[in-house]
Design a protein around this ligand. Structure first.
Ligand SMILES: [Zn+2]
Length: 298
């Protein structure tokens, strides 16, 4: 593995920082302050990378939600904000981070003996950022919008002047709504409507290097409506938490079957057990085919 972080200059004071695991955070620079939206999974020392880009300006970390693969790097910073209602349990997230590390090393995505922020840094002293709160970076204004679904108080950060939304995991090609802290699919469907009304043209998310447009929301809405239509999903196992299952609904309009593609459209909701009495008709294709998928959060 050559290096842990890949930094991409997106122009006009915005950078994407991707770690070797595929988590992404975004550095936004104003004339007086920088904001780091999310902080990756904690592999490698993120702080010098951020400080190098910040050029001496103070850094505020804005977290989209509680999950360890977004908050771990914040253990290296002093000013860290998250919605109060996310009710982060750092003990739980640290445990999941430890568990995930062994997978990443095994898979060759993190080097053996790497620096891990949750071990090397210290628990952040969170302050809170609520819907409607504004952070002025000097010529760049960031505003918070709740985007509930993936977690109950996931937050999107709108870069007002740029009309760009940094959405974390609030809307992803394989939408994960199977966590205990996730909301029902119908609630996420409302978030998609809310996003349709918000003043942005494009959005970026936590695990893909891709700029989505507002028009892309339509494909997510089709996936949500399909999952809500009463069809039976495929049973799906989460790789990183033993026993955590979900039901996977692949949008009938997904243009690709490649679950890693930014064009993939699917929803993983809470696990719905099969109805054992229901007989499968001979020769029918559909949801039962390929049952038993597994994967990681995307
Ligand atoms: Zn997440």
């Amino acid at each position: 593995m050559d290096k842990i972080f890949t930094v991409t200059d997106l122009g006009d004071g915005l950078w994407e920082i991707a770690d070797s695991v595929g988590c992404r955070c975004y550095l936004v620079k104003g004339s007086e302050r920088v904001a780091l939206v999310d902080s990756c999974v904690g592999v490698g020392d993120l702080r010098p990378v951020v400080e190098g880009l910040a050029g001496g300006l103070p850094v505020t970390v804005l977290l989209t939600h509680r999950h360890h693969d977004h908050i771990a790097g914040s253990y290296l910073f002093d000013d860290v904000r998250i919605p109060r209602e996310e009710e982060v349990d750092l003990g739980v997230e640290e445990e999941q981070n430890l568990h995930a590390r062994s997978f990443y090393v095994e898979q060759g995505r993190a080097p053996e003996g790497a620096f891990w922020a949750m071990s090397e840094g210290r628990r952040p002293n969170f302050s809170h950022f609520e819907e409607g709160d504004v952070l002025d970076l000097g010529g760049v204004t960031i505003e918070g919008y709740f985007l509930p679904g993936h977690t109950d108080h996931s937050m999107g950060y709108l870069l007002r002047e740029r009309r760009l939304l940094l959405a974390g995991d609030a809307v992803t090609p394989c939408m994960c709504l199977f966590f205990p802290e996730s909301l029902p699919i119908a609630d996420w469907r409302q978030t998609l409507d809310k996003m349709g009304e918000m003043p942005f043209d494009t959005f970026r998310i936590g695990h893909y290097s891709h700029e989505f447009t507002k028009d892309d929301l339509r494909g997510f809405i089709v996936a949500a409506d399909y999952a809500l239509s009463g069809v039976r999903g495929l049973s799906w196992m989460y790789t990183y938490i033993e026993g955590l299952k979900g039901s996977l609904y692949i949008s009938p309009e997904t243009p690709t079957d490649d679950a890693d593609s930014p064009d993939f459209r699917a929803v993983i909701g809470p696990y719905v057990p099969r109805e054992h009495k229901r007989r499968r008709r001979r020769g029918t294709q559909g949801a039962a085919a390929g049952d038993g998928e597994s994967g990681e959060e995307r």
